[in-house]
Design a protein around this ligand. Structure first.
Ligand code: S5P
Length: 395
């Protein structure tokens, strides 16, 4: 028998899986209740990471909220001893539950189903991108408030909650080179954004006080901080780049991002540092720049890595919705009020195109705001355009 610990002990072997096993041995998972299937998947991931094979799981009670389908999409067959339908039936026949209560529970269950975790084919096939079938599928989107309950990482929940509360899906890309200019602008447009994205290494006058002041503004205006560091090295190196150096990113940024070129070691390295500090990561699945190579199988591999590390990865940088798992947040840069391209190959789409047609979740806007004559008025325009486009999906 093997036991999965929820967290590695901070003494001794630090193993998540306790017990005696040989690599390649098969293991059956036993669980008491399955709702979304997340807990079983976490056990599968932990077992896989030590070379144990899992194909089946037994559960005492399947609440029939989509857990079985989610597990099946990940190659795990769920066998339930009892289902919620059976329990309701038994209790009603024994006069322990009224027909009215049974109906209420059934309605709750059918309205609160978790979607299967599947990689959206739009990631690899341009032909399907604009097909009415895929648009119809994506029309069935959930509200931010519904999606926040499905997140695997606390920062995902927090971001959805902020988007809902402030009615904004606008992230400001604060690509300015002087600390005070950046902080003044963030203070001004803070009420209109859900997130501020920085490139801290372009600041000419960086000091640790800058990050303290940015954190204060994040609390004042209720936004999340995303350092767009684009880590792209082996796990051992990124651990140091993330936690150390002059910027000490893991100490102040809620979210950072990574390219998956090195393989999932880059995620594992960042996760070792970030997860215990309540941080999270976004993977760069697609890019906005002309001629970029993040397409097709590369994008598909990126989604798979995100799913395998969903306790730390909260979403993707992309050009349209890629994953059908509503827990993942899709963030799209290359957004301006007019479509176009800059002198260095940055391609722009409009907020409406990105949110309403391509079903992304967050618009990332830099020059459209900070280069505008009136950045506050521009931020308000992007906020309104982005949120209207989100709401139009439920018309
Ligand atoms: O594919 C990408 C990924 C990112 S994170 N394309 C991008 O433009 N970005 C970042 O988004 C880029 O580094 C910059 O900080 C921002 C876009 O800025 P803008 O001025 O073009 O809106």
């Amino acid at each position: 028998m093997l036991i999965r610990r929820k967290e590695a002990k901070d003494y001794g072997t630090k193993k998540l899986i306790e017990g005696r096993f040989e690599q390649g041995e098969k293991c059956l998972i036993i669980e008491d209740v399955v709702t979304s299937g997340t807990s079983v998947m976490e056990t599968v991931d932990a077992l896989k990471s030590v070379g144990v094979v899992v194909t089946d799981a037994v559960v005492l009670l399947d609440r029939e909220q989509g857990g079985a389908d989610r597990l099946s999409s990940q190659g795990i067959k769920l066998h339930s001893v009892c289902t919620l339908t059976k329990v309701l039936d038994i209790l009603q026949k024994a006069d322990k539950l009224s027909a009215e209560m049974v109906k209420k529970v059934q309605t709750f269950i059918s309205e609160n189903k978790f979607e299967p975790i599947t990689v959206n084919k739009r990631a690899v096939s341009d032909d399907t991108r604009n097909s009415s079938e895929s648009n119809k599928r994506n029309k069935k989107c959930l509200k931010y408030s519904e999606r926040q309950d499905l997140c695997y990482n606390v920062n995902g929940k927090k971001l959805f909650a902020i988007m809902e509360a402030k009615k904004t899906n606008l992230a400001f890309s604060a690509d300015l080179t002087y600390s005070q200019t950046l902080l003044d602008m963030v203070d001004c447009i803070g009420p209109h954004v859900c997130m501020v994205k920085t490139h801290v290494d372009i600041l000419d006058d960086f000091t640790p006080q800058f990050t303290e002041q940015l954190k204060k503004l994040a609390s004042k205006h209720n936004f999340m901080i995303f350092e767009d560091r684009k880590f792209a090295d082996i796990g051992h190196t990124v651990k140091h780049q993330y936690s150390g150096g002059v910027h000490r990113i893991s100490g102040w940024a809620d979210i950072t991002n990574a390219h998956i070129v090195p393989g999932d070691g880059v995620i594992k390295g960042l996760k070792e540092v970030g997860i215990k500090e309540g941080k999270s990561c976004v993977l760069i699945a697609e890019m906005s720049s002309e001629g970029n190579l993040a397409t097709g199988d590369y994008t598909k591999a990126c989604l798979k890595m995100g799913e395998e590390h969903r306790d730390f990865v909260i979403g993707y940088i992309c050009q349209s919705r890629l994953s059908t798992d509503p827990a993942f947040i899709h963030m799209t840069p290359g957004v301006q009020l007019k479509e176009g391209i800059d002198a260095l190959g940055q391609k722009y789409l409009t907020p409406h195109e990105v949110i309403a047609n391509k079903h992304s979740d967050v618009i990332i806007v830099g020059r459209g705001i900070y280069s505008a004559e009136d950045p506050l008025a521009a931020a308000k325009m992007y906020q309104e355009a982005g949120y209207k486009a989100y709401e139009s999906q439920f018309d």
